[in-house]
Design a protein around this ligand. Structure first.
Ligand SMILES: [Zn+2]
Length: 312
């Protein structure tokens, strides 16, 4: 049996608070046909502006990952949903949102996984295309780096952060995961965004992160975690960075076969890596998986649309 593309069984709606605005945001997921990809719509704009998720549309902002179209319209805070879609292998989905940002939920990916699984996953009658990494591609920025390497099967993720903070023990700043739905759900999906008290004060003074609070982020002062409930995992910080990386690497909607490793990475570096791979036709192939066997596809049809934008 060949692995097939997936969408959801029926529409589902959720509302929550926008991280930037602090206002209520409503979002609806709808099933999409095969080969649609992950497509966002801003229903608050005239003509229901469409954003086809792709690596080239990604802009990272002070707080999150945004998709920006050629007209400069944006849709922000897409990375945690993207991680959930990656873990569930959703290839095709329409996402309608009535604001410039997605609801932040609890700052993790788990609410999105629950929501999608509550309506069920629908297999479509089309083979799923995986992106197999064929050679090592590495990007660096100061002392930070990120690399994708070939692997026989599956997607492995290794990540290390380096924070000098009393609440972040050195041994808890490194984590590896053989990526699949169950392990991601159990070990990573609940990891929340984190931020520092001094940054929160700065952001609020600049009208950013008005919706950010102890319900959707871990907040640290100079010594400790100030959330009364504490951490969800002892190593929640590195796990959240892993969740972000998984979401960032799924921004063009293709599950990977390969091994990702990174040190002190963030949205910008993750996106640089994905773009570097996509820019080099010898770095990857599109493949299907049939009875556990990887089958190379004709790559002549994979010409990437050349919508490279000027970086903001
Ligand atoms: Zn995040």
């Amino acid at each position: 049996m060949i692995i097939k593309q997936r969408t959801i069984k029926k529409p589902v709606e959720v509302s929550g608070i926008g991280l930037h605005s602090g206002k209520k945001v409503s979002m609806t997921f709808k099933p999409a046909p095969a080969n649609t990809g992950i497509v966002y719509f801003r229903t608050d704009l005239p003509n229901k502006i469409r954003f086809d998720a792709s690596a080239e549309m990604v802009r990272d902002t002070e707080l999150c990952t945004a998709l920006v179209n050629l007209q400069g319209d944006r849709i922000s805070t897409v990375e945690h949903l993207s991680a959930a879609l990656s873990a569930l292998g959703i290839d095709n989905l329409y996402i309608e949102v009535d604001a410039p940002e997605l609801p932040v939920m609890d700052g993790s990916a788990q609410p999105f996984m629950y929501l999608i699984e509550s309506v069920g996953i629908q297999e479509l009658d089309a083979p799923k295309l995986f992106m197999r990494i064929n050679k090592e591609v590495r990007v660096e920025l100061e002392d930070k780096w990120a690399v994708l390497k070939p692997a026989k099967f599956g997607f492995k993720v290794n990540l290390e952060i380096s924070f000098n903070h009393p609440a972040m023990e050195k041994s808890l700043q490194k984590f590896s995961l053989d990526f699949n739905r169950d392990r991601f759900f159990r070990e990573v999906s609940r990891a929340r965004t984190f931020c520092f008290m001094r940054d929160v004060e700065y952001m609020h003074a600049h009208n950013l992160a008005l919706g950010g609070c102890l319900e959707n982020a871990i907040v640290l002062d100079d010594y400790k975690v100030i959330n009364p409930e504490g951490l969800r995992y002892p190593n929640e910080f590195v796990k959240h960075k892993m969740l972000d990386a998984i979401g960032d690497l799924y921004m063009n909607g293709k599950s990977m076969i390969g091994e990702f490793s990174a040190y002190k990475t963030g949205h910008h570096l993750n996106n640089m890596l994905l773009r570097a791979v996509l820019a080099d036709a010898s770095a990857y192939s599109l493949v299907t998986i049939d009875d556990g066997v990887i089958v190379e596809q004709d790559n002549s049809a994979q010409v990437a649309p050349s919508k490279v934008l000027v970086t903001a």
